[in-house]
Design a protein around this ligand. Structure first.
Ligand SMILES: Nc1ncnc2c1ncn2[C@@H]1O[C@H](COP(=O)(O)OP(=O)(O)OP(=O)(O)O)[C@@H](O)[C@H]1O
Length: 775
């Protein structure tokens, strides 16, 4: 056995050799890329010179067409090669800095000797093109590194399972071609390396974790079987990290079949998008599509209503306790989140198939062309065995036909003559050409004059009717807002029928109805009504499904309601879903907390669903995890990663001035200690603004984070608790941990979420009495 020093120098020599090969290849590739770029510019510049164009007859035209096609193909082939080479160059540049982070020696069953397998963020072949100098961390064999310690091992490949023995597992920290540290590891992937990584300061951007992925995280990343993968993980257990590495894995595993734009990540807020946006490019992949549920709802709702955002709803639930309508609103949020409400809407739609739909008349220049009764009569005359969506299409076709008829009558109207007189030269010339083309214009008879007049009138009317036709095709003759409102009008037979079939409405349904109607009548819609409204709309109009999305990732999955999950399933029927959440961080009144992930688990069959639980927490130091896990029920199951640090502090302040002074001093001390991201977390936006106003003159570059903030930056920030979801800071200050601020049971998880954002230090301030969430 070689001694450790010799081992290190042997390994260093290999790093140098491999780095040398990488550098040479970079050089080579740079030249190639330069050449390709020139080629492309050249082809683009001379595109028309290099194609032969002749359209004299059909044969010549076909030849010209073929020549153009050939040239375009040549250009796109060069562009593709250029893109590929640039990507390769990016990967090689990363490898030149740190060619690999791990090694396993694997002796495959039946082979006489072990192969040394080095793992990095991309793969590299030797000169002969046969031997891998570096394996991509996502290659099948690389999973051994994450799943096993030395001993008997096996891994899966697309063509079956491979067994053998792992004789060595080693980790490296290589920077600028130099091995900074090296460990031979046992059971877990190097506590030493993880210690080193986690002990570092936070960044404005999330980092990739490929060198230290833990076994249970690897199960999430490489899962290919589940249609629905549910991850319940403690705060800081690496759910978001696992999700992003999973995207990178899927893009590698299904290269050529799956592209980044077929993967969608639903994030908690726009700032989070900026926080995670560098991970995939760091891994040499393109970012998936990112959105928030709110953005998605806005897109779907269009101009129908002004939509309340979830943070305004949150501010209401946190701050409006003393308002008279508070209990009604909370009951409404909770009821409208559930499946019983979804079933109520389904029943309602069933009823609407027989009667009760509300239509809008087709109007034009203040006149009704087709009234709502006629549309309703037409709709209800359609065969009732046909689905509502299809009957709606048939009704639209009927309206289009009516419009064609009506447009003929419309030509006689006075306004048409007025418009004709206003036509310009160009429009006249166009009409004249059209008439000639149709052989309806000879140029010298009375008929011609009539034909021209008629043609111009038809042209003017057609132009104006275009909008009507478009609206009819979009089914805008259906008054969905009014239909949704009717649900709350109380005179529905439906509600009695529901009662009869044992489904009961909440006790205060009448008050809920009043509240909802009042909002709708202002042209606004509560956040909790948006999904039910869209569900109703889609049920009536037919679902606008998105079949191109193949993977849906839902981060902070506990913040979605069962109703929202069913809606998402309907909208994205072809995709696999990965939902990552923590029930202890359920902060919305509508979220999954009560029933856990059960409603989500029922989305697909048992065989299609898998659940993975992560209990180890990596973000915070052991003292912080020990402290925060006492806030919630079942917290003792959370396992802190063994990283030492300062104990959290709790300080009582006398009044607001004292509080502001204390926070200021604490921030200064944290800056002195070298922390670069420090957050003062307040409960609400209002509290955040107040503290910000008081502190801004004392703390340099202090930033106030609001719901509109889209970038996550380093430095000192004041942030409302619910916007701190999913992100982390070196040090966290809780500005007011008094019982007055965090006293209601419903605020426990919000308080927990705020405290668990801290990586290295946590400081709490309070006035009068401390919250009872801390024992
Ligand atoms: N295997 C790992 N190696 C290195 N760092 C890790 C690993 N797993 C998690 N981390 C780090 O732990 C921190 C928390 O990870 P992440 O934000 O993914 O957790 P989370 O479960 O989504 O947290 P939360 O639910 O509290 O928002 C991050 O700094 C991440 O880089």
């Amino acid at each position: 056995m070689t001694n450790p020093i010799d081992q290190l120098s042997l390994e260093q020599r290999r790093v140098e050799e491999v780095t040398g090969i990488i550098r040479a290849r970079i050089e080579e590739l740079r030249n190639q890329v330069g050449g390709m770029r020139e080629d492309i510019v050249d082809i683009r510049r001379n595109f028309w010179d290099d194609v032969t164009l002749n359209f004299e007859d059909a044969a010549e035209s076909a030849e010209s067409h073929a020549s153009m096609k050939q040239q375009a193909e040549l250009l796109s082939e060069r562009e593709r090669s250029h893109r590929h080479a640039v990507e390769q160059l990016q990967t090689l540049t990363k490898l030149a800095q740190s060619p690999y982070f791990g090694r396993i020696d694997f002796n495959e069953k039946g082979e006489s000797r072990a192969e040394q397998i080095y793992l990095g963020v991309g793969s590299l072949l030797d000169e002969s093109g046969h031997e891998y100098l570096i394996y991509d961390w996502r290659a099948p064999v690389s999973s051994l590194y994450y799943d096993y310690s030395p001993g008997p091992v096996r891994y899966e490949t697309p063509s079956g399972s491979i067994q053998g023995e792992m004789t060595l597992k080693r980790q490296y920290m290589i920077r600028n071609g130099e091995i900074r540290s090296m460990f031979d590891t046992g059971v877990t992937i190097g506590d030493e390396l993880l210690q080193e990584v986690l002990g570092k300061q936070s960044d404005a951007q999330m980092k990739s974790i490929v060198a230290t992925i833990q076994r249970e995280q690897n199960r999430i990343i490489r899962n290919e079987r589940a249609r629905l993968l549910i991850v319940q993980g403690a705060a800081g257990s690496g759910k978001t990290s696992a999700a992003l590495q999973r995207v990178a894995y899927l893009l590698y595993r299904y290269r050529g079949m799956l592209s980044a734009d077929q993967i969608v990540l639903f994030s908690p807020n726009p700032m989070f998008n900026s926080y995670v946006s560098t991970v995939l490019p760091e891994l040499g992949e393109q970012n998936m599509q990112q959105t928030t549920y709110q953005q998605y709802l806005e897109h779907r709702l269009g101009k129908s209503f002004e939509l309340e955002d979830p943070y305004s709803q949150m501010e209401y639930t946190l701050g409006a306790v003393h308002e008279s309508e508070y209990e009604t609103r909370i009951a409404a949020i909770s009821y409208k989140a559930g499946l019983p409400f979804m079933h109520l809407i389904e029943k309602y739609v069933g009823e609407l198939g027989h009667s009760g739909l509300v239509f809008k008349p087709v109007t034009f220049r203040g006149r009704t062309l087709i009234d709502e009764e006629a549309i309703a009569a037409q709709f209800y005359a359609c065969d009732r065995s046909v689905s509502i969506g299809n009957r709606m299409r048939l009704t639209a076709d009927w309206i289009l036909k009516q419009l064609t008829k009506l447009s003929r009558e419309e030509r006689e109207q006075e306004w048409v003559q007025d418009q004709i007189e206003l036509l310009d030269q160009e429009q006249y010339a166009h009409a004249f050409e059209e008439l000639q083309r149709k052989n309806r214009f000879a140029g010298n008879s009375f008929d011609d004059f009539e034909a021209e007049k008629d043609f111009l009138a038809s042209m003017v009317v057609q132009e104006q009717f275009k909008k009507l036709r478009k609206r009819a095709k979009r089914l805008s003759f259906l008054n969905v807002p009014a239909i949704y409102r009717r649900l709350y009008e109380g005179d529905l037979v439906l509600l009695e029928r529901l009662d009869a079939c044992g489904q009961s409405l909440p006790d205060n349904w009448n008050q809920i109805s009043e509240l909802t109607k009042a909002k709708l009548d202002r042209g606004e819609i509560y956040y909790e009504d948006a999904t039910p409204f869209l569900f109703l709309k889609e049920k009536l109009e037919g679902f606008h499904t998105n079949t191109s999305v193949k993977h849906l990732f839902i981060d902070e999955a506990q913040d979605y309601s069962p109703f929202q999950y069913y809606y998402l399933k309907r909208i994205f029927p072809n995709c696999k879903m990965t939902a990552l959440g923590d029930l202890n961080q359920s902060i919305f009144a509508h979220s999954l907390a009560g029933e856990g992930f059960d409603p989500l688990s029922e989305l697909y069959s048992g065989e299609e669903t898998e659940k993975i639980i992560l209990t180890r927490s990596y973000r915070s130091t052991r003292p912080i995890v020990t402290f925060t896990s006492r806030i919630i029920e079942g917290g003792s199951l959370i396992e802190p990663f063994n990283r030492d640090g300062a104990e959290p502090t709790i300080t009582q302040t006398i009044d607001e001035a004292h509080l502001v002074r204390s926070i200021k001093e604490r921030v200064e001390q944290l800056v002195q200690a070298g922390y670069s991201s420090i957050a003062v977390i307040c409960k609400t936006a209002e509290e955040s603004r107040r503290i910000y106003m008081a502190l801004q003159t004392y703390i340099r570059k202090l930033r106030l984070i609001e719901k509109e903030t889209v970038t996550f930056e380093k430095g000192a920030v004041i942030i409302p608790s619910y916007l701190a979801k999913g992100v982390e800071f070196d040090a966290v200050i809780i500005s007011d941990a008094s019982v007055d601020n965090y006293g209601r049971e419903s605020e426990r998880k919000l308080f927990y979420t705020a405290c668990t954002r801290a990586m290295h230090e946590l400081h709490l301030f309070y006035r009068n009495e401390l919250t009872s969430f801390i024992d």
